[in-house]
Design a protein around this ligand. Structure first.
Ligand code: KG4
Length: 336
């Protein structure tokens, strides 16, 4: 079954063709990130306009790359939630019209379910159940992936997402936007014990996370030094910060996996590219004797292939969208 998959929830417009949920035939991405860099963050209106400009030609390009024609498409899938509402609406409107014109089913896909499915593309042998840490610019979740379309949130951030925190701190440090990657590189070789940063424990919800206190502590450190005319060592500061974020994520993921007894842990989303988090997860899983699934960097960020993968399993489970399908800024992953 060949699915044309559309993703437009943030600043990447992506169209992919995926066969039977596991084989990528084409994966085309256009990003408007260069325009957002000027403003230090994504400007929703600009993102939406850029999606409109490129989405049709990306779909043509995907067909060309795969050597397929429109009649070869068996279904159209689209991210319908969560994301920037105007941006998601562009993809949903486009996908609805393509599905209607071709007379094929429309499959709505939850964006974070798509991120989880990135692992099915990277690891053909991986099947649920497994435990998944989902960390991106908009989400920080620990998810029990019970089945391809059955998921339960075990832990979530109470405030900012981990990626948002990386981006904010990187911007204040003058590392540009999006700042997670540059901050990660700045941390290489730095002393992660040089600065003492807070770790959070929420007594009634030990798997829930919080990043706002860490963000404030970092901002206070940086501003106090500025006021005194001091320059803080960038690599030690970045390493201490990365260590604090990792401490927020990794021990909770391990505790959740232990509770479930799965022995299989995956990590997805843009922040899954972080070298410190990857290293800490590798060490922890090795100690437990568990398998760790880390998708390659190109599948960590937003892409259409992951939507096409999840769409296949949603299709098998009977998920369909009509011409009345709407876009949603927020939607619980367990609702699909
Ligand atoms: O999944 P993604 O591409 O988009 C969302 O759906 O949010 O994630 C983007 C986020 C940004 O916040 C970016 O700074 C962060 O992923 N990121 C990183 C790294 N590479 C990207 N954060 C930490 N370390 C990295 N190496």
């Amino acid at each position: 079954m060949i699915i044309l998959a559309v993703e437009s929830s943030c600043d990447e417009t992506a169209v992919a063709l995926v066969k039977d949920g596991r084989t990528v035939l084409a994966d085309c991405i256009a990003s408007s990130v260069e325009m957002h860099k000027i403003y230090g963050g994504v400007v929703p209106e600009i993102a939406s306009r850029k999606h409109i400009e490129v989405i049709s030609s990306l779909a043509d390009e995907a067909l060309r790359q795969a050597g397929l024609e429109r009649k070869d498409i068996d279904a159209v899938a689209v991210t319908y939630a969560p994301g920037l509402i105007g941006a998601v609406l562009v993809g949903v409107s486009f996908a609805k019209s393509v599905a209607y014109a071709l007379g094929v089913p429309l499959i709505p896909v939850h964006h974070v379910r798509g991120h989880i499915a990135a692992n099915y593309l990277a690891y053909p042998e991986l099947e649920p159940p497994f435990l998944c840490l989902c960390v991106s610019g908009g989400t920080s979740l620990i998810v029990d992936v019970k089945g391809y379309t059955e998921m339960e949130i075990m832990g979530a951030t109470r405030d900012d997402a981990a990626g948002e925190c990386f981006d904010k701190i990187a911007r204040v440090l003058g590392l540009g936007y999006p700042g997670g990657g540059p901050l990660d590189r700045a941390a290489q070789g730095g002393d992660d014990q040089r600065f003492t940063l807070p770790r959070v424990h929420i007594p009634d919800a030990p798997l829930d996370m919080s990043f706002s206190g860490l963000k404030t502590a970092m901002l206070n450190l940086i501003h106090k030094a500025e006021q005194k005319g001091e320059t803080l060592p960038l690599s030690d500061l970045s390493a201490s910060f990365s260590g604090a974020v990792s401490d927020e994520l990794v021990p909770r993921t391990i505790a959740a996996a232990r509770e479930k007894g799965y022995g299989k842990v995956a990590v997805v989303g843009g922040v899954a590219a972080n070298s410190r988090i990857r290293r800490d997860l590798e060490t922890a899983c090795e100690k437990e004797g568990w398998s760790l699934y880390l998708p390659p960097l190109k599948l960590c960020g937003d892409n259409g292939a992951m939507i096409g993968s999840q769409a296949y399993y949603e299709y098998l489970a009977g998920t369909r969208g009509g011409t009345d399908l709407n876009a949603y800024a927020n939607r619980d992953i367990s609702q699909g």
